[in-house]
Each structure stands twice: as C-alpha cells, then as structure tokens.
Design a binder for this molecule. Structure first.
Ligand SMILES: [Zn+2]
Length: 137
C-alpha cells in the first residue's frame, strides 16, 4: 500500500532524528517521540485516514506506540509559464486563472517531515522515596 511505504520511510527518518536528539542530550537520557508532524500535498495521492492507520499499525509495539501523527495539508500551487502569475490550483484545474496559459506546479507534491516532538522516556523503575523508617519505638 502506498501510504504504508510512505509511513515506513517517514519512521526511518524519525528514528534518525530521535537518535541524533538523544545523542545531543547532555544527560544521556533516552528520549521518546510523542508527536510527528508532517506536511502532505494533494499530488502525493495519500489519504490522511490511511496515513493515520498505517502510522498506528507500524508503530504498534515499538517505542512510538503512544505517538501521534499530525498531518497538515499543503495547498497545490502553480505558476503560469505565460504571465508569471502564482496561484493555488483548485479542483485540479491546471491552467492559469488569469490568462489560461500553461502552468508549472510549484507546490503540493511533497510529503515531508516538519517536526518531531520528543520527551524523556519514562524510566522503567523509578527509585521510590520511602519515608525513612527511623521511627522511635
Ligand atoms: Zn497566466
């Protein structure tokens, strides 16, 4: 499935960024990803719902199983080869609204990582601070 391979490639990139971030942490603590933000253009042909379900199934039983995917739609834009007008293409009308000239697509074909949000991983076992047991008997 198209969306599945897009998310698979995305997760590889996310893991790289996460590892770099972790290496840069002065404390050396491990970090986990809790949100991934991507931009998706209409020319990718990707359905946001299918991206979400691919994300959920591919992060299951990984350190990212609690992470959320945030999808921003980017507009499909073009510039006219005749008059130079820049505009947004609506309903896939690939001609200039100004002079009906031929156009060149300038945006809307991308699937890209915008940002990832990380936080320190929850420690496996938190050292518990018990009240000291030096009660007077
Ligand atoms: Zn034009």
């Amino acid at each position: 499935m198209h969306e599945h391979s897009m998310i698979r490639a995305l997760l590889e990139l996310v893991e790289q960024v996460r590892a770099e971030h972790q290496a840069a942490e002065a404390t050396g603590d491990s970090v986990e990803v809790f949100q991934v933000h991507v931009e998706v253009g209409p020319l990718t042909g990707a359905e946001p719902d299918l991206l979400q379900s691919a994300f959920r199934s591919l992060t299951q039983e990984t350190s990212m199983d609690q992470a959320t995917l945030r999808i921003s739609a980017v507009p499909l834009t073009a510039s006219c080869l005749e008059c130079g007008e820049n505009f947004e293409i609506v309903e896939f009308r690939f001609f200039c609204p100004h002079c009906q000239g031929h156009v060149r697509v300038t945006g809307g074909d991308s699937f890209q990582l915008v940002s990832i949000d990380v936080r320190p991983s929850a420690p496996q076992s938190r050292p518990s601070k018990l009240p000291s047991s030096d009660r007077e008997s």
